[in-house]
Design a protein. Structure first.
Length: 115
């Protein structure tokens, strides 16, 4: 199993980024996918989740209306569109695949929101 995130970077407040998570080594279309983030000195938190076919999503309250999780099962890729970014969104963002008894994680991608 491999999860590879991309798309992070430095953006000004109010800006946008789209994160991608390329998955391999498992049947992507059969599993929920999630995005987590971890800011310096804070615990890792769940940001958004999406069902296997993309018909159900869930968000942490702090990103509702600004972030959108999606997936393309034909490309084995999950996305996190982040709009109206705030400095408090600064964190390392991780892709997560809960496969049975084991959680798999990507290496993370840094998102920094600063002027």
């Amino acid at each position: 199993v491999q999860l590879v995130e991309s798309g992070g970077g430095l953006v000004q407040p109010g800006g946008s980024l789209r994160l991608s998570c390329a998955a391999s080594g498992f049947t992507f279309s059969r599993y929920f996918m999630s995005w987590y983030r971890q800011a310096p000195g804070k615990e890792r938190e769940l940001v958004a989740s999406i069902s296997s076919v993309g018909d159900r999503t869930k968000y942490v309250d702090s990103v509702k209306g600004r972030f959108t999780i999606s997936r393309d099962n034909a490309k084995n890729t999950a996305y996190l569109q982040m709009n109206s970014l705030k400095p408090e969104d600064t964190a390392v963002y991780y892709c997560n695949a809960p496969l049975g008894w084991t959680d798999y994680w990507g290496q993370g991608t840094q998102v920094t929101v600063s002027s």
